[in-house]
Design a protein around this ligand. Structure first.
Ligand code: NAP
Ligand code: G4F
Length: 329
C-alpha cells in the first residue's frame, strides 16, 4: 500500500522526477516549497499533476515541524540543498546552514513529530573529493574539496548518527552526478548542451568553461530517483552508492554534444576561464554501485552518449520553440 511522501527540494531537478515516480506508484505526494512566490512552482505543478505544495524552509525548524504535522508523511525525501559547488565557495556559511544543518533540522522534526517516518538523505559523491581509492564505494573514506562537500559529509554522518542513536529509518544515497534536460543551467552539462544548441542556431558564438579535464561519473536523473525509492522500501535502513561505473571528462562531454549537432567544440569552447575554476577541484569520480545492484536490484539504464544527446536534443527543441514564438509575436 503506497503511503504519503514529503519531498524537500521538489522544485529542483531530482524533485520533479521523484514526485512523478511516486505519484505514478499511487503515493500522496507533498512538495515543500521555499519562498513566498517561488518562480518554479507553476512548472512543477504542470509536470506533477496531483502534487500538493507546502511552505517550508530548511533554515526554519518550525516550518519543517508544521509541514510534517500537516502532511503526516510515511516517507520524507530530503533533496533540498544549496547544491551548486561553485556557489558554495562564495556562500560557505549559507551552504553549511542549508546543506549541512538543514539535515539535522529535518531529523529533529521527524523525531519530534513521528520517529517512525522514514528519511532519505541526498548524500553526494562530492564527499569523496580528493579520492582515496578508485572506484569509490560505501567504504571509501571522505575527503571533501568544497564547502558543499563538507556540508554533505556532515549531513551524511548526522543521518547515520540518528539511525544508530534513535533507531530511526534514516538512509543515505551517495549519488554520483546525474543529469537531464531539467538540470539547472549553472551545472556544466546543461551549460554545454544549452550553449551548443544556441551556437547551432546562430544565437551564441562562444562557450566559456573552466577545467575541461575533470572527470565525472554521469548518469540520468530519472534512473537515480528510482534508487532513492528502492532504498526506502528496504527492511533496514542503509547507505548506497548510486553510479554508472563509467567516467568521462568535461572535454568528452563537449565533443559529443557539439558533434551531435555537426559542430566541432574546438571552434567554440574557451577553456580555463578563471571565473569557472574552483579554489580546489575534484579531479576524478567513478562509483562502484555493486551493493545497490545486489541489494536493491537497481541498474542505470541510460548510457553516457545517450544522456548527452538527449540533453542536446531537448535544448535544441526548446530554443527552436522560443524562436518560433518570437517570430510569431
Ligand atoms: P537542485 O536542482 O539544485 O535543487 C535543489 C533544491 O533545493 C531546489 O528545489 C531548491 O529550491 C531547494 N532549496 C534550496 N535552498 C533551500 C532551503 N533553504 N530550504 C528548502 N529547500 C531549499 O538539486 P538536484 O540536482 O535536484 O539535487 C537534489 C539533491 O541531491 C541535492 O541535495 C543535491 O545536493 C543532491 N545531489 C545531487 C546530485 C546531482 O548530480 N544532481 C548528486 C549528488 C547529490 P528553490 O526552488 O527554493 O531554490
Ligand atoms: O557540473 P558541475 O558544477 O558539477 P559538480 O561540481 O560535479 O557537482 C554536481 O555533482 C555533485 C555529485 O558529485 C553533486 F553533489 C552536486 O550537487 C552537483 O550536482 O561541475 C562538474 C565539473 C567540475 O569539475 C567543474 O570544475 O565541471 C567543471 N567545469 C568546467 N567548466 C565547470 C565549468 N562546471 C561548471 N558548473 N561550469 C563551468 O563552466
Amino acid at each position: 500500500m503506497p503511503g504519503t511522501a514529503l519531498i524537500t527540494g521538489v522544485t529542483g531537478q531530482d524533485g520533479t522526477y521523484l514526485a512523478q515516480l511516486l505519484l505514478s506508484k499511487g503515493y500522496h505526494v507533498y512538495g515543500l516549497v521555499r519562498g513566498q512566490n517561488n518562480p518554479r512552482l507553476e512548472a512543477v505543478g504542470r509536470l506533477c499533476p496531483g502534487i500538493e505544495f507546502m511552505e517550508g524552509d530548511l533554515l526554519d525548524h518550525s516550518s519543517l515541524v508544521a509541514a510534517l504535522e500537516a502532511a503526516q508523511p510515511t516517507e520524507v525525501y530530503n533533496l533540498g540543498a544549496i547544491s551548486f559547488v561553485g556557489l558554495s565557495f562564495k556562500q560557505a556559511l549559507l551552504t553549511g546552514e542549508v546543506t549541512g544543518l538543514g539535515v539535522v533540522r529535518v531529523l529533529e522534526a521527524i523525531r519530534s513529530v513521528n520517529p517512525a517516518i522514514r528519511l532519505y538523505q541526498a548524500s553526494s559523491s562530492e564527499m569523496f573529493g580528493k579520492v582515496r581509492e578508485t572506484p569509490q564505494t560505501e567504504l571509501t573514506a571522505f575527503h571533501p574539496r568544497s564547502p558543499y562537500g563538507v556540508a554533505k559529509v556532515y549531513g551524511h554522518h548526522i543521518t547515520v548518527n540518528y539511525r544508530e542513536s534513535y533507531g530511526m529509518f534514516a538512509c543515505s544515497g551517495i549519488l554520483f552526478n546525474h543529469e537531464s534536460p531539467r538540470r539547472g543551467l549553472e551545472f556544466v552539462t546543461r551549460k554545454i548542451t544549452n550553449a551548443a544548441a544556441k551556437i547551432k542556431l546562430g544565437l551564441q558564438k562562444e562557450l566559456h568553461l573552466g577545467n575541461l579535464d575533470s572527470q565525472r561519473d554521469w548518469g540520468f536523473a530519472g534512473d537515480y530517483v528510482e534508487a532513492m525509492h528502492l532504498m526506502m522500501l528496504q527492511p533496514e535502513p542503509d547507505d548506497f552508492v548510486i553510479a554508472t561505473g563509467a567516467t568521462h571528462s568535461v572535454r568528452e562531454f563537449c565533443e559529443i554534444a557539439f558533434s551531435h549537432l555537426g559542430l566541432n567544440y574546438r571552434d567554440h569552447v574557451v577553456s580555463d576561464d578563471a571565473r569557472f575554476l574552483r579554489p580546489a577541484e575534484v579531479d576524478l569520480l567513478i562509483g562502484d554501485a555493486s551493493k545497490a545492484k545486489r541489494v536493491l536490484g537497481w541498474q542505470p539504464r541510460v548510457p553516457f552518449g545517450e544522456l548527452v544527446t538527449m540533453m542536446v536534443d531537448a535544448d535544441l527543441a526548446a530554443q527552436q520553440k522560443i524562436m518560433r514564438i518570437e517570430a510569431a509575436g
